[in-house]
Write a protein that binds this ligand. Sequence first.
Ligand SMILES: [Zn+2]
Length: 285
Amino acid sequence: MRNLPLPQDESSQLFKARDVYETCISNARAPLRTRLRRIRNTVENEAKDYDDKAKKQRLFRKPPHDRVRGVTKDELMKVYTDRMVKKKSPGRSIYERILLAPKHRICPFCGIGTANTLDHYLPKSEYPVYAVNPSNLVPCCEWCQGEKKEYYPRSKGKQLLHPYFDDVENELWLTAEVVEGVPASFRYFASPPDTWATFQKRRLDAHLKELNLNELFSINAGSRLSEIRSRLIKLHQKGGEIAVREHLSEELESMEADHLNSWTSAMYRAAIESDWFCEGGFRDT
Ligand SMILES: [Zn+2]
């Protein structure tokens, strides 16, 4: 999981939920426009409450809802699809600004895929008042969105990591272990420091489970092992397991400097820790 700053405009000012909403509905026609405008204070107040609860890791307390005063769920969902996502719609430039924010466009939920859509952290089908709330719109890859679907947290420990509000990048928590076999594979799990609260550990587990990241990381680790196998074989022939470990350690140093909890960092840590792997377990025959 990668942390992202809250969405900002070209002048590095945070997008305000009310402004985004008003921009999106600006081309609506009466009488719909009148009804949409009537709830702008609610949209603004709910957005403030969203930020407040997200900072305190309490978004699970927000109850799903069907309508916002006189405006239906479908109408609010259309504010997003027709007035923000659609090309040439009034909110499109905001949509693109949020979508293009991650470095190298990498999905913040998994750290692997290319972010090519926006995910509603609290799904718009359950929380239509947040359909165009910038704090609720997170760049996301196809894998993560396909796994997450309409998921929303029903308890404190079931809240997925929120890239705008949860910063878990500085302490080591993503671990992998080598699964011995031909070829070797890698299994991933969360193992944060003991000082973390139980619900925080559960949040990491929920994040990996609900987005099926163990499988995604394992697939990528298998592919990475194929790429580096011939190098490892040569190193082993020349200098045995010491040479293999030295090489992996050098690579790991660079990876950890980039992201401590990336799937690659966890993969290389696991490989280095496994005598079986460094003594030749990396071979595929
Ligand atoms: Zn992803």
